[in-house]
Design a protein around this ligand. Structure first.
Ligand SMILES: *Cc1c(COP(=O)(O)O)cnc(C)c1O
Length: 366
């Protein structure tokens, strides 16, 4: 069976270094807001190129905290609108509505699965305060046009960088393109911890300070509370693991790029639509390799039968979820088509040549 993602193998690849780090934390007697987190924040901000990185508990919290901080800073108010792609993972949208802000869904482009920039301006109202861009599947969505729209309408650009760590646009890393970015280090992400973990990056010192306080009960100084904050910290244990794995992220993303290239060049089947490689291949880190077929369910059953595990990212579009009943009657035809037809093939930094070959061969026989 070719697993969709062999996480055990991914982590065993760094076994010696990770076990050393875990033992160090265990024996140190210091488990929160210590040296490992500080080291990780320094390394991450250096890697991304931002002035600040703040470790938090998970990716959803990273996004929630950015928006909450903008509210505390008076830059956004309850009821303001945030533009977000209609086909994103639900967490991007939850971060908005959880803060009493209003998600305004905008359709993606079918070829890139990413936000259709030409459809942003028609959704802007006097209440619009931000655009939450999502580098979905590991592919950057950014352009001078987005910057121009944000400037013209005085909008914050917030990046959901949960899927695209290491991707680059014009020499700038994702996470350093907008005003602030949220990262997830959920175990299955390109940079995965051994449990929940996340981070925020930004060049805005005031925002960083506010997020640090909000994530620690709203406190900058022990037992003195400026905000009604929450508890959302990155554990020392997770930071220790991430310190090891961050060193290898470029190398591992390059392996993903090579596999993606093989799939794109060698899968040849008229029933299947392949993803496109961006002109500048640095813009994609292939968190997932998503194909499309009108016979998706049949294809998935066929691949399972032949020992290839696949997943659907994602089976139900956000506007059709019970959680957002008020949107259930709305129509987003491109998103709906995507959700009906997409299938994610196995891709990872530890796939073997025979596995890659088998996947190509089995798909070509479908
Ligand atoms: C994984 C993910 C998140 C949420 O991250 P968690 O760490 O699981 O909370 C948010 N947005 C996107 C696009 C994701 O893929």
């Amino acid at each position: 069976m070719i697993k969709f993602l062999d996480l055990q193998k991914v982590n065993l690849h760094h076994q010696v270094e990770i076990e050393e780090q875990l033992l160090e934390v265990f024996r140190s007697g210091w488990y929160l807001l210590g040296e490992k987190v500080k080291a990780f924040e320094n390394k991450l901000s250096q890697y991304i190129g931002t002035k600040q990185a703040i470790g938090v508990a998970n990716g959803l919290d990273a996004l929630r905290l950015i928006l909450r901080a903008y509210i505390e800073m008076g830059i956004m108010n309850i009821g303001d609108e945030i533009i977000v792609p209609s086909n994103t993972y639900i967490a991007s949208i939850l971060a908005i509505s959880d803060n009493g802000l209003v998600p305004v869904l905008v359709e993606p482009e079918i070829n890139t699965y990413n936000l259709d920039i030409s459809k942003i301006e028609e959704k802007i109202t006097p209440k619009t305060k931000g655009i939450l861009i999502v580098h979905l599947q590991g592919r950057i969505i950014f352009s001078d046009k987005i910057k121009e729209i944000a400037q013209k309408h005085n909008l914050k650009i917030i990046e959901d960088n949960a899927q695209a760590i290491g991707a680059e646009w014009n020499g700038l890393k994702s996470g350093n393109l907008g005003d602030a970015a949220g990262f997830s280090f959920y175990p299955g992400k390109n940079l995965g911890a051994l449990g929940d973990a996340g981070a925020v990056t930004t060049n805005d010192e005031e925002l960083a300070k506010t997020i640090r306080a909000l994530a620690n009960y709203g406190s900058n100084q022990k037992y003195v509370n400026i905000y009604q904050g929450l508890n959302s910290r990155l554990d020392e244990i997770q930071a220790a693991v991430l310190n090891v794995k961050l060193k290898y992220i470029d190398q591992e993303n390059n392996i993903r790029r090579e596999i993606a290239k093989r799939f794109i060049n060698e899968i040849k089947n008229p029933a299947i639509i392949l993803p496109e490689n961006p002109k500048d291949e640095n813009e994609h880190v292939w968190h997932v390799f998503v194909i499309r077929s009108e016979r998706r369910d049949e294809l998935q059953a066929y691949l399972t039968e032949h020992g290839i595990q696949t997943l659907i990212h994602y089976p139900i579009p956000p506007h059709q979820q019970e959680a957002y009943k008020e949107w259930n009657t709305l129509s987003f035809p491109i998103s709906e088509k995507i959700h009906k037809e997409v299938l994610s093939l196995p891709i990872s930094s530890v796939m073997e040549e025979e596995e890659i070959k088998k996947i190509i061969e089995v798909i070509n026989r479908f």
